[in-house]
Design a protein around this ligand. Sequence first.
Ligand SMILES: NC(=O)C1=CN([C@@H]2O[C@H](COP(=O)(O)OP(=O)(O)OC[C@H]3O[C@@H](n4cnc5c(N)ncnc54)[C@H](OP(=O)(O)O)[C@@H]3O)[C@@H](O)[C@H]2O)C=CC1
Ligand SMILES: O=C1O[C@H](COP(=O)(O)O)[C@@H](O)[C@H](O)[C@H]1O
Length: 445
Amino acid sequence: MKGEGYDNDDSLKKLGEYIKELENEKIKKESLKCKTKAANRLFYLATPPNVFGQLSEKIKKHLSHPIKKEEEEEEKIGWKRVIVEKPFGEDSESCEKLLAAMGEHLQESEIYRIDHYLAKEMVQNLLVLRFSNTLWDSLWDRRSIKCVKISIKETEGVEGRGGYYDEYGVIRDVFQNHLLQILCLLAMEAPAHLQADDIRTEKVKVLKAITTPQFRSSKGTIGGQANGSISQPPFFVVGQYGASVDGKLPSYLQDPSIKKLNPTSKQITFAQMVLFVQNRRWNGVPFICKCGKGLDNKNAEIRIQFKNDELSLYPDAVINELVIRLQPSEAIWLRLNTKTPGFARFQHTYPTYLDLTYQTRFGHHFALPAAYTRLLLDCMEGDQSLFVRDDELREAWRIVTPVLRFLQRPSFQPPIYPRFFYLFLCLFALVWLYFFCFVLCMGLI
Ligand SMILES: NC(=O)C1=CN([C@@H]2O[C@H](COP(=O)(O)OP(=O)(O)OC[C@H]3O[C@@H](n4cnc5c(N)ncnc54)[C@H](OP(=O)(O)O)[C@@H]3O)[C@@H](O)[C@H]2O)C=CC1
Ligand SMILES: O=C1O[C@H](COP(=O)(O)O)[C@@H](O)[C@H](O)[C@H]1O
């Protein structure tokens, strides 16, 4: 295979023959122990997406099990499954092409589209947290929830991955997939059953209820205009990271890979959008979604902020907030008010937390598998719950495509934000501490 193109029939034929040889050997050995003659085939396409279609065709042609006269059941002949990595397209149009190219040769049940965020412990936990605790049933909607914040923040920059990143940017890299998937799990209705397709059907409904961001220009057209502004809801913020304030960490444009490929790149590395799920449950509740690189913190979390009751006896008390931290250090906490402990009277509230930090509560009793371990196992077991279905993909691209078009305007220039640098913050804190001690000492003298 080495050195041959993905479209080379001969080499793929050879690969098919080689696989068959291996399977025959294995079946010979194993048939002594068990009666199965099936040999399953799992293909992992770690290739650029532009060859997914071509490869699907070759897999069908040369690498599928030879089907007998009458098509036999999967258990007898073994299954064939294909895992594909994102990006599944660059916008709605290219996604459609990709879906068609693969769909021509493979069935949807054979395609496993990876979104590794779906396999993170706390993302899987969302279904359990929401639907096994009836406590939320009357709270999980626009009547009680003020807003939902989802953020995936990274401190790292592109670190030499500019070849891939500069073509895709943060919206295609994280927003369109990981972030929207989390939003779906938070906003969806209870699925009919805990089966892959029931769950995915509910997720699609959420995506369908998200209105496509509209862009207004002086000419009243949508998207792509130089002086366009986003219409209701009016919020989206983008940027590209610059160098750290002390100049020690390079900016996006100074990254060696970007410098080499596209030194004047306008690609964005941060995006925040406020999305609205326009259905009866969520109408009017902003979902504030942000993700980016070169930021102040590496974490991924969900914050569900509850409304304050206008008639509350404690109008100044902090609002209740449910926080689900996906990483680092998985945790769920609920911010509540208590009486200020001690002599303070009941007029005084004190914000505190009901805290479920996984490490403390579950310690070493549970090993959390890496996302990819979970996904590979699920694929082998034929469970598509944590993989993205074609209609989810279409809808997710429908939501972000107008934004991407808007950012492609020739006049667009990304705002630059300084890259966060911890050492800088530490030095800053030290200077303040020093100053504070100095003032304190002077006071004492
Ligand atoms: N189990 C655990 O480990 C627990 C840990 N904690 C920790 O305690 C600390 C406090 O937690 P918590 O009370 O929940 O967090 P905060 O009340 O400090 O809220 C943090 C959130 O507020 C946003 N925010 C902060 N400053 C501003 C601002 N000026 N304008 C707009 N938004 C802002 C942050 O956004 P952004 O991300 O953009 O800055 C983030 O979403 C955290 O470090 C938390 O990790 C608390 C409870 C349990
Ligand atoms: O898919 C991607 O995700 C990573 C972030 O994943 P995490 O598991 O480390 O949170 C991101 O850095 C990368 O750019 C993107 O392709």
